[in-house]
Design a protein around this ligand. Structure first.
Ligand code: MRU
Length: 353
């Protein structure tokens, strides 16, 4: 399995996703500040992966704490949670993971645990978040693969793979599971400007797994669909609002509209940690605006003339009406999403198909 993130002794190790596929370099974070920087600068990226990283960063930060007494310890814990929350605004998994760590802390504190015991509890919680994410990806893969026919040609956008999760992947997990079932699958990976998650990361993962992969620029998706060369679309998500509106990497909305025009099913694959029922619709999802340099430059070379204004919203919203189904670890949920997504949280609900 791909080594997205790992905790080794007093260090959190991540493969540097900015350097792939040219170089496989590992970044070693020794403090919460270093983990926060790794999230902000996209050493690690992808909604579930940054949730895991923030949880591990909090646990690591508290392990390194020199606070005297529980009061000071609690102040430091809150400061580190705030640091993680300020890294990236769109992926709700980050805030979900921080909330889980806060709950674990509160339960321990209420039980009168010492700072040493609280530190151990936070470490266990971070590892649980990691392991549960891998299990969720496997479950989503199993459900999603039922929607992928033998011989399917599947388009995906950005990277919703092992690198974007604790392992196996959400959208790419569906593809992996279909391949493991013996189906012949061909994948079209949108390049995904400007960070090139599709061209660099999705293609790298799939080629490593021996899966038939073709990289295209996103502007090629429409003509390929029109030519009948795409059978279905699977993408990940950074935040899904209560009505099913979905934030994902910029360009996803365009793919969804194209898919509708060509009568191609468009599926979103995301764990429950990506569902944000407190946000009513896509209008209320905060969209990260990233550094203009990601657009104006390629490495050290400037592509755009000095004086040209640049916009760089990193995500867009796909309205729920374009989504054929949302694949979670609890099954496949369909419209009306305002009802079905609520059921997803009902532990007693039988997995939907
Ligand atoms: O800016 P990124 O690379 O963090 O954006 C990632 C995406 O948009 C992914 O598609 C999404 O997080 C789903 S990952 C399973």
């Amino acid at each position: 399995m791909l080594p997205t993130i790992d905790w080794q002794d007093d260090t959190i190790v991540m493969v540097d996703q900015r350097k792939l596929p040219g170089q496989e370099i590992y970044v070693r974070c020794r403090s919460a500040q270093e983990v926060a920087k790794a999230i902000r600068t996209m050493v690690i990226r992808g909604a579930p992966a940054i949730g895991v990283a923030s949880a591990m960063g909090i646990a690591l930060g508290m392990r390194r704490s020199t606070a005297k007494g529980t009061k000071q310890y609690a102040v430091e814990f809150q400061r580190i949670c705030d640091l993680m929350a300020a890294t990236r605004p769109t992926a709700v998994n980050l805030f979900w993971a921080i909330d889980r760590m806060k709950r674990a802390f509160a339960e321990g504190a209420q039980a009168g645990q010492s700072t040493e015991e609280l530190t151990a509890r936070l470490g266990r919680e971070a590892r649980a978040i990691h392991d549960e994410d891998v299990a969720s990806c496997r479950a989503m893969g199993g459900f999603g693969a039922t929607l992928v026919p033998d011989g399917a040609r599947v388009l995906t956008h950005c990277n919703a793979g092992a690198l974007a999760t604790a392992g196996y992947g959400s959208a790419l997990g569906v593809i992996r599971a279909a391949v493991e079932q013996g189906k012949r699958i061909a994948v079209f990976a949108d390049e995904t400007r400007p960070f090139l998650q599709g061209a660099r990361l999705t293609a790298w993962e799939l080629v490593r797994d021996g899966i038939d992969t073709t990289v295209i620029t996103e502007s090629m998706a429409g003509p390929l669909m029109r030519a009948g060369e795409i059978d279905l679309v699977v993408v990940g998500a950074d935040r899904i609002a209560a009505n099913g509106d979905t934030a994902n990497k910029i360009g996803t909305y365009t793919v969804a509209v194209l898919a509708r025009e060509h009568k191609i099913p468009f599926y979103v694959v995301a764990p429950l940690s990506t569902l944000d029922l407190a946000t009513p619709d896509g209008e209320h999802i905060p969209i990260e605006e990233r550094d203009r340099r990601e657009i104006s430059h390629l490495g050290a070379s400037q592509l755009t003339p000095v004086g040209a204004r640049i916009r760089n919203p990193a995500f867009d919203i796909t309205p729920h009406r374009y989504i054929a189904g949302i694949i979670t670890e609890r099954g496949i949920f369909r419209a009306p999403f305002a009802d079905s997504l609520k059921q997803a949280f009902d532990a007693s609900a039988a997995p939907a198909r």
